[in-house]
Design a protein around this ligand. Structure first.
Ligand code: PLP
Length: 370
């Protein structure tokens, strides 16, 4: 029997969250962002739930091809664009829309021999200082792009540095000033701007993390009551129980000393499964549906929980590491990270289940793909 840990993916939650995102940005079309293999959920697993999206946005060319092969006929956006001439050929063959953020990419498109023009999203660096043309160089880049026969429609795109803490106007104003007399569809908003900055919605929005039910800020309280559903549940079982007396300590480093007599449960999940080693004592976790806390240090294959709130729990009891009862951000935040990272980092050794499908092991699945 395999260890009792598994991760379960809920495509219907993605469908629900996508609808919620679309309703938050009425009038805008939606690029569903599925980079990093759908934030760790698996593009194929959630693909049926994306049917109502207007486009799919991602980074890796092979993911884009997979999405076409799954039968997606609507637009696909490569968020970082192409890296070489072969990528351009693939983009043409699969009708991909490509971000263009530098002159080197324009040159690749200028050299392309194609009768079918490639739609692009010309990216402005409005202050994030990652990819894109500076505002004062943007109009000239747009003129150059317009003169390239291989380029079809030109969309206008930028990305916000801190849509999560409320301050986006400085970037929005720069973008608007530099694009005032340039025609074309605009795409600006990530999840945070979809939820909280209607001024930035424009023609196309690009929600990612909220499709999976995680918080754009990394704090679960910021999306409380919005109605997002967790698209991933990491669960396991209790495989050992200890009854401890005051002064007993738990685990490596003896970081936690028991004050009252306490039953603790040993859970088959550790950092080698993708649970953060930095999760401190007090991190929420649910046993048989009851919220309790992690105590002591997380080890490679196991962690320990306080069973005080669930006296009937014992070996075999169900444990939710994150999901609907304990939000992924509630684990991420005390661990010094964000739900995005935890969702992307579930280890390959953890078997994956999909609602409505038989269980599959991730490794064997990749063997099939290889
Ligand atoms: C990842 C990404 C998004 C989605 O961001 P979320 O915060 O997950 O909504 C949108 N646009 C670009 C360019 C991205 O790289």
């Amino acid at each position: 029997m395999p260890r009792p840990i598994s991760v379960r993916i809920h495509p219907e939650a993605v469908r629900h969250n996508l609808q919620l995102a679309a309703r938050s940005a009425v009038g805008a079309r939606v690029w569903a962002v599925v980079k990093a293999n759908a934030y760790g959920h698996g593009i194929e697993r959630i693909f049926p739930a994306l049917a109502d999206a207007d486009g799919i946005a991602l980074l890796d060319l092979d993911e884009a091809v997979r999405v076409r092969e799954l039968g997606w006929s609507k637009p696909i956006l490569l968020l970082e664009g192409v890296f070489d001439a072969a990528d351009v050929a693939t983009a043409v063959a699969h009708r991909l829309t490509v971000a263009v953020h530098c002159d080197e990419q324009l040159a690749l498109l200028a050299a392309a021999q194609t009768t079918r023009p490639i739609d692009i999203q010309l990216k402005m660096n409005s202050g994030m200082n990652r990819l894109g043309y500076m505002p004062d160089a943007y109009r000239a880049a747009w003129e150059r792009a317009r003169a390239i026969p291989a380029i079809g429609a030109i969309g206008l795109m930028t990305h916000f540095a801190n849509a999560d803490d409320g301050a986006i106007d400085w970037q929005l104003d720069r973008f608007d000033a530099a694009t005032a007399d340039i025609p074309g569809e605009r795409s600006l908003s990530n999840s945070a701007a979809v939820l909280w900055h209607p001024r930035a919605h424009r023609d196309w929005v690009r929600p990612g993390t909220i499709l999976y039910g995680a918080s754009p800020t990394g704090a679960a309280r910021h999306i409380e009551g919005i109605g997002l559903r967790a698209a991933m549940t990491l669960s396991s079982r209790i495989i050992g129980v200890q009854t401890l007396a005051p002064q007993d300590t738990i685990g490596y480093g003896r970081t936690y000393a028991v004050e009252q007599p306490m039953r603790i449960g040993v859970v088959a999940c550790g950092y080698a499964d993708g649970y953060p080693r930095h999760a401190p004592t007090g991190t929420p976790i649910a046993v048989d549906g009851v919220r309790t806390r992690v105590v002591g240090r997380v080890s490679m294959d196991m962690l320990t929980v306080d069973l005080t709130p669930c006296p009937n729990a014992g070996i075999g009891s169900h444990v939710e590491l994150w999901g609907e009862t304990v939000k992924v951000d509630e684990v991420a935040e005390p661990s010094g990270t964000i739900g995005y990272e935890l969702m992307c980092a579930v280890a390959r050794r953890v078997p994956v289940e999909v609602d409505g499908h038989a269980a599959v092991r991730r490794e064997s699945e990749e063997e099939v793909a290889a």
